[in-house]
Design a protein around this ligand. Sequence first.
Ligand code: NI
Length: 155
Amino acid sequence: MAVRDIVLFGEETLRKVSHPVEKFNLRLHLLLRDMADTMYDADGVGLAAPQIGILRRVVVIDVQDDHGLIELINPEILSMEGEQAGAEGCLSKPGRRGWVVRPNKVTVRAQDRKGNFFELTGEGLLARALCHEIDHLDGKLYIDVEDHEMTEDEE
Ligand code: NI
């Protein structure tokens, strides 16, 4: 188990565009392991590689549904449907949440740890997590799209 330090809002790394993964090797597998360890240790539902200082297009998500741990390499959003509004936070800004409107259903295409392409459709929280984490790969943060910052009594 290797829990990495999480890069916080305000650091330049989170504003950079991450590079595609080209080699599906042991190094990638170790990165995926560390990302999952770091996400679970912080009680998060998703983590993108730039959040541990690695500018590669890699995401892990676990919204504690039947999907279990989802690993996405080079993910791209294929389609979006509907709309949901709700509270959203980020492991790079502990203790803060914002009100963010997202699509309610999202389909992504990505590669698995061996490089095989697959498609995944998520609704509700999973759709929100997919949008949030894929945004990280392009240097986008939820504070860019939030409607307003939430206080504790709003939640
Ligand atoms: Ni985040």
